[in-house]
Design a protein around this ligand. Sequence first.
Ligand code: GLC
Length: 554
Amino acid sequence: MDAKWWQSAVVYQLYPRSFQDSDGDGVGDLPGILRRLDYLQDLGVEVVWLCPIFASPGVDNGYDVADYCAIDPVFGTLADFDRLVAGLHARGMRLILDLVPNHTSDQHPWFQASRASRDNPKRDWYVWRDGHDGGPPNNWASIFGGPAWTRDAATGQYYLHLFTPQQPDLNWDHPAVAEAVGEAARWWLARGVDGFRIDAITCLKKAAGLPDMPNPEGLAAVPAYPRFLNAPGVLGAVDRLCQAAFAGRDLLLVGEGNGISPRQSEAWVGPRHHRLSLVMHFEHWHLDTGDPAAPLNVVALKRSVGRWQRALAGRGWNALYLENTELARVVSRWGDPQRFPRESAAALATAMYLLPGTPFLYQGQELGLANPRFRRLDEFRDVVARRRIDEGRARGESEEAILAELQASGRDNARTPMPWDDGPWGGFSEGQPWLWAAPADPGANVAAEEADPDSVLNYYRRLLALRSREPALTMGAYRPRLGRHRQLFAYTRETPAGRILVIANLSGTATRYRHGDGRLGRDDLLLATRPVPPHPPVGTFTLAPFEARVYRVA
Ligand code: GLC
């Protein structure tokens, strides 16, 4: 496989609503991002991925697009956007946008036309069906809960929506849809963007005939993933999108890979297929038990990593990530936010980001942020959380139970404003932010961490610098070690020119490491999460809770 520019790049997923506000309206914007490009560059970021900035009613924070080729005024103007592209490119950095091809907003003119009448030329751009027995056409539940169908009074038919009712699904069996979405993508490429992250791409194909799910429990709406997640034929839809939008260009294309298994991954990202560059699979999400007190299952994480590394070795490339807009903060999920907040942030980063693959950081992760302190249900903004609250209340669940669940796993955990300093609203805005919860640690902000050599931020900088300096950490082969060890995550990266050993204790108790392959000295140490006193070469040593070290080995 020829090396591609994005294989050695570090990607930063930026949530524009919460990154930096420049005009005091409490919502982050493009001029705000422009002010912070030096920060991103100093961190070692080469690609910025902007979550949706397109015109949108904001039901799902921009994942409900009303115009693919317009900037939502809350974020700024096209002129701001052009300045952002220029500012990034001037620094040798790149930009990818979030393309949302599976659905539009119900306010998009395409859907407005489609719903107007049964014989509108855009009717079949969306999925319309007659009801069945006085109810929806089939028994599918939407991914966000409730039936996946809504009846539209204008024509008496139902339309399909895998997410909220305000996000009708486009019909990817209709050739005009690929052409229209492709045209929008090409419009941004002409403005200089370097690729896309592609939202919900595994949902583009729905099972032929839209068959019911088996329903032994007699539910009103049944989870229906097998009918629309990575369903047979989805790659045909991907090919139509790629053909219409990306053919013949050197882009970074990252698919949201929900439902893709390691075995299937090569068909998505193997260079010979000319589809995507990378997919972000969801496999390690399942390590979250929902119980914040339960420790990470280190063995299960290693197995998952191993499956993906084996599947794509020499045949594709992995995307490496710990956080995104959908997940709670990793320190709160897999680390120890009470006893070892910094240590666990650094150890998890070490284990993940020295693997073969392209690192993706989600904003604020580089500060080691733990989940903020949501105290009341009315503080949550996310449409999924709001729905959960309404349903829970309707069922008579206790407010405390719902709050505890959302505190542990709500999407708003990762969406609160970026803490730049310890001023009002963390230096994010001069006005009341659109979403707010008290930070877990007021000392975890950019200004304080920049000044502290031992901060998580400065550790991330060293880690990413090491990765870009050492060819073995980009292109070297991956050799897992200690696969059954319940605390240590360990591997080597190897090229004919050298070998690097990564060892991370991903638990809250100390453990011995036995090298069994010669001795390791202080001089061989490339990076460590804690100070390591000078010592002669040794064969075994103790790793403190959430301690990680990186050695050059013979
Ligand atoms: C993806 C996005 C998520 C969004 C959904 C619908 O899962 O990451 O934020 O709500 O797609 O577009």
